[in-house]
Write a protein that binds this ligand. Structure first.
Ligand code: 6GU
Length: 231
């Protein structure tokens, strides 16, 4: 455990809680939850519908294909959450949001209380964005069926950065993108697989030289694959 301790609560509003839960039940994210670094609540939006059919969407004014998520259930849900907690941000997962990157993940990992709203259908009534949403996030330039998978990606990128989530504290800092470089190649046993050998330097035991080699490889790989990162 690091010398300082932070606790984060993430409340995810969704119409498909089953869809989003599994990524939180494995590996680093599961352990972060078990260690008490973060609590993730899945809130079923339909619980906030007053309609006997638990309806949360309706036809789009002006016509056109695709339903729109209604204001009232979302407003009721967010107001209920806000009556019990103070939130740093109310995030809406949407393809027209700001594209997620490592810098954003770092920033969000320092916050304490987040609401994440997962959209569906053709989107949410614009007035929800005006009234409640403080940040809009996309995970890339392609369209998903709903915000759940995007929310899981966002949460994974953030939770693993909470101090203590990763055992080796330095490990998250050497990730690809953390210094705007891709990661160097890595190897494990066997030292020779069908004639393809592990680079000699990695077997040398020279910590300094190995570090230098890894930096060179990282720069070379970034030049070849993502020159845009080097600016
Ligand atoms: Cl956040 N939502 C949806 N529906 N599609 C996306 C996305 C989000 N980010 C990229 N594509």
């Amino acid at each position: 455990m690091p010398w300082y301790f932070k606790f984060m609560q993430i409340d995810i509003i969704t119409i498909l809680p089953e869809l989003i839960q599994s990524p939180f039940e494995h590996s680093i994210i599961k352990r972060a939850i078990q260690k008490g670094l973060v609590k993730v609540n899945f809130i079923n939006l339909r619980d906030y519908s007053l309609n006997k059919h638990r309806q949360v969407d309706d036809y789009s004014y002006g016509g056109g294909a695709g339903m729109v998520m209604m204001i009232e259930p979302i407003a009721r849900c967010i107001e209920d959450l806000k009556s019990k907690n103070n939130y740093d941000e109310v995030i809406y997962m949407t393809p027209d949001g700001e594209t997620l990157n490592q810098k954003m993940a770092n920033t969000y990992s320092t916050l304490n209380n987040l609401i994440i709203l997962c959209g569906h259908y053709k989107g949410i009534d614009e007035r929800i964005r005006e009234l409640f949403i403080t940040k809009e996030i996309s995970i890339g330039d392609y369209v998903l069926s709903g915000g759940e998978l995007a929310a899981a990606v966002f949460c994974d990128s953030v939770i693993r950065l909470i101090p203590g989530a990763i055992n080796d504290e330095t490990s998250a800092l050497t990730d690809s993108f953390q210094d705007d470089l891709l990661s160097p190649p890595v190897y494990t046993r066997p030292v020779d697989y069908k004639g393809i050998k592990v680079p000699e330097i990695l077997l040398s035991g020279h910590a300094k030289k190995i570090e230098q080699w890894r930096m060179e490889q990282a720069i070379q790989r970034t030049k070849n694959r993502r020159p845009d990162l080097l600016k």
